[in-house]
Ligand binder design. Structure first.
Ligand code: URA
Length: 189
């Protein structure tokens, strides 16, 4: 599918979230919808949790401190942000950056699934436990990080969340090491 066609479908999906009035309370407290960013033709999609303050202000996912760290890690494997697609489970910033509620994650899941159906990436990289457990509810991030998991026709790579890793030296190094395996994992799929 041509990039433009995929982009058109993603634009329509973004519009649909507004039309369907998904999570009106969250929407009311947020500046704007943060749908996703990057190349819809990429082999890799990164999925975080929910927008934070900077993301809410700019309308783009992972543009704050965690995003800068993600960009740095992408560079270490020869990729730029524009080469991959980045999104979150929940598309509005939760108040005071609280964890997204189960019902908020469920409400956005069909749209996230639809996004993945349009992009059809080879590899879905989940960032943090919320994102992992959306797709693979029985797995624990501390046990499966860095290990690709095939499930229902998709390959997932669970990674620690960059925001959590930023302030924890051990976890940070683990995330950097797991990240370094992405090119080989992609090659093997
Ligand atoms: N953390 C997330 O999970 N997503 C963002 O977009 C930013 C920080």
């Amino acid at each position: 599918m041509a990039i433009s066609t995929k982009q058109n479908k993603l634009d329509a999906l973004k519009q649909q979230i507004t039309t369907d009035n998904v999570c009106p309370e969250l929407a009311k407290g947020a500046t704007q919808l943060v749908f996703g960013d990057g190349n819809p033709d990429s082999d890799i999609v990164f999925i975080g949790e929910a927008p934070g303050k900077s993301e809410d202000e700019q309308g783009l996912p992972f543009v704050g401190a965690a995003g800068k760290f993600l960009n740095q890690m992408l560079e270490t494997i020869g990729l730029k942000r524009q080469d991959v697609y980045i999104t979150n489970i929940v598309k509005y910033r939760p108040p005071n950056n609280r964890d997204p509620l189960p019902e908020e994650k469920s409400a956005f899941l069909p749209y996230l699934e639809a996004q993945l159906e349009v992009i059809k990436p080879k590899l879905v990289i989940t960032l943090g436990r919320h994102s992992l457990n959306c797709f693979l509810p029985d797995l624990s991030i501390s046990q499966v990080h860095g290990m690709p998991k095939r499930f229902k026709g998709r390959v997932y790579l669970p990674l620690f969340h960059p925001a959590a890793a930023l302030y924890n030296g051990g976890m940070k190094q683990t995330l950097i090491d797991d990240f370094a395996r992405i090119p080989l994992i992609l090659k093997k799929i």
